[in-house]
Ligand binder design. Structure first.
Ligand code: FSX
Ligand code: SF4
Ligand code: SF4
Length: 302
């Protein structure tokens, strides 16, 4: 199904669709890729300091065929968790991809820069460990673009929280330090919603670079404030605050960071629309550049 950019933006906005947003975005992604793919866009997916939640969020969507898309249509040449190859064969896949053609680099997790990058070693070359810093210097320069999936990759996230012993940082900060000019799209969230990742990729391949906010994130998914759109907003106005989890009322006094967070979780919801953080708990502001330090403490417990 080919969508105009306008229809696509409407779809990403979470407007009512019968089959679920993830399914629809996936269909568009498949279409975009099939169209764009004369020889499949190659993707190298690197993992720095992270919990792997970003991969899990994407691969565990209710739609199992995302794996097929990643493995067969996109031509995912390297992914530490889903690829069958290991050792020299796996490293060779990165090197050959980088030499052969245009490729996109997906980065999950932050880059550990202290001790010559030794906190993130991915593979070996000439009996020496290749660090994430090495790969980012090498592949970051030659990639057609970088998708920074997850708050760790976008802004440093949890690995960069104080005291940050590994010198962890996000891709944009690393590129600024290294004077690498390759464009980066931040798809934040700890982890990001699968629609944000699939939708951003589909936009990039179908219509080019999406419009980004001042934090380098697609406005499409991160353009609205959670608090302003929250279904509990009426309680906030009435000053009816929940005093414990599960109680009726706005969650502000339990530590809700909705007023400081920009994303569409309230309408998109998670796990195929089943629920979202604020329904049973609070928003932690996981999509924001200051997460987690600037938004601490996570919970207020009185
Ligand atoms: Fe970071 Fe990804 Fe948080 Fe985890 O791997 S964005 S720690 S949920 O998931 O990098
Ligand atoms: Fe705002 Fe959170 Fe209250 Fe919702 S629950 S109205 S996001 S403070
Ligand atoms: Fe992150 Fe808040 Fe959305 Fe939950 S509701 S995923 S904490 S931005």
């Amino acid at each position: 199904m080919e969508l105009s950019r306008r229809q696509f933006l409407k779809l990403c906005g979470g407007s009512a669709i019968a089959l679920g947003v993830s399914d629809a975005l996936l269909a568009q992604l498949v279409f975009a890729l099939e169209k764009a793919v004369k020889g499949s866009p190659a993707v190298i997916w690197l993992q720095g300091s992270s919990c792997t939640g970003c991969s899990v969020s994407l691969l565990n969507t209710v739609h199992p065929s995302i794996k097929e898309v990643l493995l067969k249509i996109i031509s995912l040449r390297f992914h530490p968790n889903v690829m069958a190859a290991s050792g020299d064969l796996a490293i060779k896949a990165i090197e050959e991809t980088a030499k052969a053609a245009d490729f996109y680099l997906v980065v999950e997790g932050s880059i550990a820069t202290k001790e010559d990058g030794l906190y993130n070693v991915i593979g070996e070359r000439n009996e020496r460990g290749i660090t994430m810093v090495d790969w980012m210097r090498e592949l970051g320069k030659s990639a057609a673009g970088v998708l920074a999936f997850g708050t760790c990759s976008a802004f440093g996230g949890i690995p960069a929280a104080k005291p940050n012993p590994t010198g962890a940082m996000g891709v944009k900060d690393f590129f600024a330090k290294e004077k690498i000019k390759t464009p980066v799209i931040n798809v934040s969230g700890c982890p990001p919603h699968p629609d944000w990742m699939v939708g951003t990729l589909a936009h990039l391949l179908s219509y080019g670079m999406p419009k980004l906010d001042s934090d380098g994130r697609p406005v499409l998914f991160y353009g609205k404030n959670i608090h302003e759109n929250c279904p509990f907003r009426g309680y906030y106005e009435e000053k009816k605050f929940a005093k414990y989890f599960g109680a009726e009322g706005c969650r502000y006094e339990l530590g809700c960071k909705g007023p400081f967070a920009y994303s569409d979780c309230w309408s998109r919801r998670w796990n195929n629309g089943v629920n979202w953080c604020v329904q049973n708990a609070i928003c932690l502001g996981c999509v924001e550049s200051g997460f987690p330090d600037a938004l601490a403490p996570m919970y207020v417990n009185e």
